[in-house]
Structure formats: C-alpha cells, structure tokens
Write a new protein. Structure first.
Length: 282
C-alpha cells in the first residue's frame, strides 16, 4: 500500500477583510493546489491550538493580525512549543513574528532600514524632519500608524511606540522568499496605492539588499516577505520583514510565476514535514 500522505492543518481566516486585499482568494487557490499532495484541514486561528494534534504540520497562512486575539495566539505558541508540533513558519522568527523590536535592533546594527527609535528622548538619533511616522510596537497591517508633524511629536513621550522620520519615496517593492530562496518581486508604482502591485524585475543589488535581512532572520524554512521603499537617491530601505503570515499577492503574478511559487511552496512543505533541511540557495 502507498505511504500515508502528510496531514496539514492549514490556519486561515477566510473572513478577514484587509484593505486592498482578499486573503480568502489566495488561500482558496493555495489549498486547492496543495490538496494534490497533502491531506488538508482548514481552521480559523482561534481553533488552531485545539486542533493541531494529529497533524504532521500546522501551516499558518492568511490568519490576520494576531493583535485581534493575543491571548489565544500565545496559547497556540505555548502548546506548539510544549508538544513539539511542527509550525510553518517556524516559531523562531525574529522579525514581525516577535513584534517591531527588530526595527530598533536593525537600526542600531547599521542595517539599511528606515531609522527607528523607541522614544521621544531619542529623536536626536534621527535626521531632522518636518513629519514623523509613529507606530505601535505591536502594530500590524498599518493598525494604529500615524503621521505626526514635528510640532506634536512631544505628545508621544509616554506612549509605547516606535518613531521614524517620514520618508518620501519613489515606490515600495516587496521581495518574496521560500526557504531562503528568492521567488519573485512586486512593486507599487504609485506610493498612494500600496496594494496595486505589478511584477518587478529585481536587480542583483536589490537581491543583495533583501538577502541581508533573510540571512539576519535565519529562519531556515518558511515564507518571508521583505518590504522596502525606494528612496529618491535610488537606494532601498527596509520597511518591514514579514515572517509570520505574509500575504503573497499571487493574483498580481502571471500564471507561470504563480505556478512556480506553488511548486516551491509544495516542495518546502514536503521537506518540512519530513524534517529534511532546505537546499542551500544558488
């Protein structure tokens, strides 16, 4: 008899409504393709902890910001770590998976990131600007993000926020990786329309930039999205490193590129459930 197929618990919130995106369409497409290789059960993130037993891996995809259910997410993490459950992406991520502290850490380490400080008292470490961006330390999906004139920034002295200079940029661009292997890039030509994306031909310098953050995170297996902005001088600065449940914008890709991603994702999941290491990127 053939060997049993791997059993995956696929965590998604099909009803989550995000600005400019339809998460449910992406997961419906992905699960329709993955069913050819795995036995799949879909569940809402609030049910994942109770249902993870009996599956070879738990795949966290478009589950929405965990800010809406922090206690339940903490319980899910605790149970997964206590039972040794395989969670994809692995729960060792140092970027958005762990909050926004990484923006402070990367700034301090001299990485090409939008300069970030954690208090009004440290504003002298930022370049002088007319406007600042203020975001919650545990923010996600632009929730709670504000643009504040310099004349009002002192009002955030007691707030638990991160502060960045408001950067005027040419466009935003995102780089998508599976198991440290670059898959594709998308960009928003109009800075006012973040989610109107088009395929982007990444240069060698672009990929060198993106890989610095993939290497820093050292996740090993899983899907990561490196979000950056192109500044007026042509350089790139990191906006966000999404390593928990990055939306993939697959609908913005031509069919061939979308199929290539699904193939890479499927191979990654197969290696993950078997405990096999990922190949070293070329």
């Amino acid at each position: 008899m053939p060997a049993a197929r791997p059993r995956l618990l696929y965590v998604t919130d099909l009803a989550y409504r995000a600005r400019g995106r339809r998460y449910c369409d992406e997961d419906i497409h992905l699960t329709s393709r993955l069913r050819a290789h795995f036995d799949l059960a879909l569940c809402h993130p609030l049910d994942a902890a109770a249902l993870m037993a009996g599956h070879d891996a738990v795949v966290v995809r478009n589950s929405g910001p965990v800010l809406g259910y922090p206690r339940e997410y903490d319980a899910f993490r605790a149970r997964a770590l206590a039972t040794g459950a395989r969670v994809y992406n692995p729960l060792t991520g140092k970027a958005d998976m762990a909050g926004k502290q990484y923006l402070l850490d990367l700034t301090a380490a001299g990485f090409p990131v939008i300069p970030t400080v954690g208090s009004v008292e440290d504003l002298h470490l930022l370049p002088p600007v007319a406007r600042y961006v203020v975001k919650p330390r545990l923010g996600a999906d632009s929730l709670g993000l504000r643009t504040v004139p310099a004349s009002r920034i002192a009002s955030f002295a007691a707030a638990d926020v991160l502060i960045q200079p408001r950067v005027d940029f040419v466009h935003e661009v995102s780089f998508y990786f599976v198991d440290d292997d670059f898959q594709y890039a998308l960009y928003a030509p109009d800075p006012r329309r973040r989610w109107e994306l088009r395929p982007y031909a990444a240069t060698a310098a672009d990929l060198e930039f993106a890989r610095r953050f993939i290497d820093w995170n050292d996740l090993g297996q899983g899907i990561q999205r490196v979000d950056a902005c192109r500044t007026a001088d042509g350089g790139l600065l990191l906006v966000e490193l999404e390593d928990l449940n990055p939306y993939l914008s697959l609908d913005a890709l031509p069919e061939e590129a979308r199929d290539a991603f699904v193939t890479a994702f499927t191979a990654s999941l197969n290696r993950f459930v078997q405990g096999a290491p990922s190949p070293v990127p070329a």
